[in-house]
Design a protein around this ligand. Sequence first.
Ligand SMILES: Cc1ncc(COP(=O)(O)O)c(C=O)c1O
Length: 436
Amino acid sequence: MEEEKLRQEILDRVKELYKVRKQKEKFIPGETKVNYAGRVFDEKEMVAVVDTALDFWLTLGSKGKQFCEDFAAYLGVRHCLVTNSGSSSNLAAISALCSKSIKNPMKPGDEVITTAMTFPTTLNPIIQNRLIPVFVDIEEDTYNIDASKIEEAITEKTRAIVFAHTLGNPAEMDKIMAIATRHNLYVVEDTCDALDSKYDGKLCGTFGDFSTYSFYAAHHMTMGEGGTVCTNSTELYRAALSIRDWGRACFCQTGEANPKGACGHRFDFKFEGLPEGYDHKYVYNNIGYNLKPLDIQCAMGIEQLKKLPKFTERRKHNFKVLYDCFKNYEDKFILPRSLPKADPSWFAIPITVREDAGFSKKDFVTFLEDRKIETRMLFAGNILKQPGYKDIEYRISGSIKNTDQVLERTFFLGVYPGMTDAKLEYIQNVIHEFFA
Ligand SMILES: Cc1ncc(COP(=O)(O)O)c(C=O)c1O
């Protein structure tokens, strides 16, 4: 009783603290920084995090379980595995597809079709698993893998297509899935920037064998750091779980209390080379990692997921406001395009400065940054030009001129739900000022 009373007092004070901080927030155009993204939360997240911290369970437990159930239900998929980042999710997904514990694993030297216009950790697990990335170009205005170029890149070594829905813009999923089916290829949708985006009425991340999500603070919803790997396949889920949890064969959840294990046969198995009945929790059938988040992160995720519809609505609104502003200068900029069947929940608005604009990307971006408006590059641009990637083994299929164009002339601005009307108005004024 005493404990409950103390806990309630703490949580009430947390709510007060949130209110005090919120009241202090003020936007002064030209003085306050306009972030491209950021966490959007209220007292509910703060209370959920503190409440879970007070339990002091720390490692994955009831909040992790609930978050995975909520997230799988929202997506309408059978399995959701929570991780400590979107990068870890990509690593778990690609490594699971190379796991000897699945029926048809990829093996070193197999080819994976992807794009060189990429976030590094969409590509890295391909390299880390000794697969060969085969780069096809992106479209210059959707910034997504050009589906019409995929088939010509396929050889007898091709095993998978791995790509991101760039900045929330859905890739051409009907074409990609038809190619994958025709050639028996795995599909991994990096949905880290496309939570709640839809293609043909279906959520991005529900088409391929695996989808991955990031809940870093800049993303559509956040846990601070965090991610998920989702799939409808129990075989793939178990392989990804093993990769996340040190490579162990057992598929008990962290902290599973049943002494006989989730399967009821913890001490009943016989594995070649191991003693009869060796504890299944200590049988390793994969070379794994530890990619688990904390329960506290999941407590935050539970609250954030409830807010997703409102976040999406605001992202769409903010995108439209900035799009309409840039539309005045269409002779200077290539504006982003989404496909007729796409319903994007934009992560940001990507803009490419035209070659003949009369100014450079650097000119425009520094004008904005000098006026306290944050800009970002479209990730690595062409990752093959990045210092860390000089010696990787790869193949390019056709020209990747649009990928190079991103490196030279593309940037993005934020559209996150924390972008208020006042901030949007300020950004528009600064853009007009550049051309005045
Ligand atoms: C497309 C894409 N994939 C993967 C990631 C990695 O996510 P995280 O930062 O959670 O590792 C990001 C990060 O922003 C991303 O944009």
